[in-house]
Design a protein around this ligand. Structure first.
Ligand code: AMP
Length: 428
C-alpha cells in the first residue's frame, strides 16, 4: 500500500484528503460534538501534510443527509430530514481548535462554485474543508458513471489524494474509491496505522492468538467467526450472540436474544473449532434479568448470575457471569495477541456492564505484559471510552492500555472477515 512518503515532494501541492469526521453530536443542539476521537485521529496526517508545505482540501461526511445543501429540508423514507443538522461546521470549528487555531475554511458546497473558488486560491499551509460530501447524491451512487463524475470534479481541485478515513474504506464511494483512480493516491497516517495493526493481529500474530467476540447478533459476526476460526488459537464468545450457541445445543435460553435460523451454523462452528483444535470458550454463567431494562442503570430488573445451561424460561441473559469473566480474563492474559470485537453484555446499563469492563481490563493487563491487543471499532471502542476500569475505578487509559483501538466499526469487522476493502485495494 502506498503511503504519503511515496507521493514525493508535496511542497506547494494541493492535497485532497478523505477523512472520517462522522462524529456523534448532542441530540439537543446538533452542534456539540460528544466524542471528537475521529477528528483527533485525523491530526497526524493533517500535521504531516502541512509540515511538508502542502495545502489541504478535506472531504468527509456527517450522518445521512438528503441530496442538496445545508439549507435543504426534504422527505426521506417518510420522514422529514433537515440538512442543517449535517453541516460540517461543528467539525471545522473543533478541528481548528485541535490544530491550535489553524483556520479551517469551510466551503458552502461540495464541488460547487464556492468550493472551486476556495480551492483555486488555496496557498501552502491553508486548509479547506468541503461541505458534507453526502450532500452530493453521486457520492454513494450505485451507478459507477455518476460516482466517477463526482470523483473527476473532486480530483480537479487538487494534485494528489490521501485516503485517511479508515471508517469508510469498506465503501465503494466517490470520495473513497473512485477519486483514488483519478489522482496519484496514498494511504494517510491513520489508514496506514489501522491496516498495520489489524494485519499484524490477524495475518502474522504472535501466539497464542485469542479472539473475543460479543455484541448482539451471531448473524453480524458469521464472517468474522468463520475467518478467524482458521487462524485463532482460542475464541471467546459472549454477548447476545452466545445464546444461539446454547440454544443450538438444546439448552433453554429464556427470553434472551436468539437467532433460530443461525442454530445450525453455530453447531458447525462448534464442530469446526474441535477439528481445528481451536479452544472455543462459551460463557459458563450468565447474568439474567426479568426483562430488558428501561431504567438508566438496569438495577431494577437485575437478578444475578445463573449457570448458562440453567437459564429460566422467563428470564433474559444480559451479561456474562463472574466465572465467565475470570475464564475469559485468564485466556486473554495467557495470550500474545488479542483481538476484541463486541461487548459481552448490555454495557450501556451499569448492572450489565461488568463483563465488558472485565474484558477491557484483561486486555490492559495483557498489554502491560507485552501482548499485542486490538479493539475493533464500534461498540467495544465506545465501551472502553464510557466504562471505568474495575481495578482502579478510573477511566481506561486509551493511550497505553491497548495496542490499537480501531476507529472503524464496519471497516474493521470486514477486515477481520478477510474481505477485500475497496478503499484499500485501490491504493495498492
Ligand atoms: P453489535 O453492534 O452487534 O456489536 O452489538 C452491540 C450491542 O449488543 C450493544 O448495544 C449491547 O447492548 C448489545 N448486547 C450485548 N450483549 C447483549 C445481550 N446479552 N442481550 C442483548 N443485547 C446485548
Amino acid at each position: 500500500m502506498k503511503t504519503i512518503a511515496d507521493l514525493g515532494d508535496l511542497s506547494g501541492k494541493k492535497v485532497l484528503v478523505r477523512a472520517d469526521f462522522n462524529v456523534p453530536l448532542d441530540k439537543t443542539d446538533n452542534t456539540t460534538i460528544t466524542d471528537d476521537g475521529r477528528i483527533r485521529a485525523a491530526l497526524p496526517t493533517i500535521q504531516k501534510l502541512l509540515g511538508a508545505g502542502a495545502s489541504i482540501i478535506l472531504m468527509a461526511h456527517l450522518g445521512r443527509p438528503v441530496p442538496g445543501d445545508k439549507s435543504t429540508v426534504a422527505e426521506k423514507d417518510g420522514k422529514s430530514v433537515d440538512n442543517s443538522k449535517f453541516t460540517l461546521e461543528p467539525v471545522a470549528k473543533r478541528l481548528s481548535e485541535l490544530l491550535s487555531g489553524v483556520e479551517i475554511i469551510l466551503a458552502d458546497d461540495v464541488v460547487g462554485p464556492d468550493a472551486k473558488a476556495e480551492a483555486e486560491k488555496l496557498v501552502p499551509g491553508k486548509v479547506l474543508m468541503l461541505e458534507n460530501i453526502r450532500f452530493d447524491a453521486r457520492e454513494t451512487s450505485k451507478d459507477d458513471s455518476e460516482r466517477e463524475a463526482l470523483a473527476a470534479e473532486l480530483a480537479s481541485l487538487a494534485d494528489v489524494f490521501v485516503s485517511d478515513g479508515f471508517g469508510v474504506v469498506h465503501r465503494k464511494q466517490a470520495s473513497v474509491y473512485d477519486v483514488a483512480k483519478k489522482l496519484p493516491a496514498a494511504a494517510g497516517e491513520l489508514v496506514f496505522k489501522e491496516v498495520e495493526a489489524l494485519s499484524k493481529a490477524t495475518n502474522s500474530p504472535s501466539r497464542p492468538l485469542t479472539v473475543v467476540l460479543g455484541g448482539s447478533k451471531v448473524s453480524d459476526k458469521l464472517g468474522v467467526i468463520s475467518n478467524l476460526l482458521k487462524t485463532a488459537d482460542a475464541l471467546c464468545i459472549g454477548g447476545g450472540m452466545a445464546y444461539t450457541f446454547f440454544a443450538a445445543q438444546g439448552f433453554e435460553v429464556g427470553t434472551s436474544l436468539l437467532e433460530e435460523d443461525q442454530k445450525a451454523k453455530c453447531l458447525e462452528y462448534i464442530e469446526e473449532a474441535k477439528e481445528r483444535g481451536v479452544k472455543l470458550i462459551l460463557p459458563v454463567d450468565t447474568v439474567i434479568a426479568r426483562e430488558f431494562p428501561s431504567s438508566a442503570d438496569g438495577e431494577d430488573v437485575f437478578e444475578g448470575a445463573v449457570l448458562s445451561t440453567e437459564i429460566p424460561a422467563d428470564k433474559m441473559g444480559l451479561d456474562i457471569g463472574p466465572d465467565t469473566r475470570n475464564l475469559f480474563a485468564d485466556q486473554i492474559k495467557q495470550s500474545k495477541t488479542v483481538v476484541w470485537n463486541g461487548p459481552a453484555g448490555v454495557f450501556e446499563k451499569e448492572a450489565f456492564a461488568k463483563g465488558t469492563a472485565a474484558i477491557a481490563h484483561a486486555l490492559t493487563e495483557a498489554t502491560a505484559s507485552g501482548a499485542f491487543t486490538v479493539i475493533g471499532g464500534g461498540d467495544s471502542a465506545a465501551a472502553v471510552r464510557v466504562l471505568k476500569d474495575p481495578a482502579t475505578g478510573q477511566p481506561f487509559d486509551e493511550e497505553n492500555g491497548f495496542s490499537h483501538i480501531s476507529t472503524g466499526g464496519g471497516a474493521s469487522l470486514e477486515f477481520l472477515e478477510g474481505k477485500e476493502l475497496p478503499g484499500l485495494s485501490v491504493l495498492e
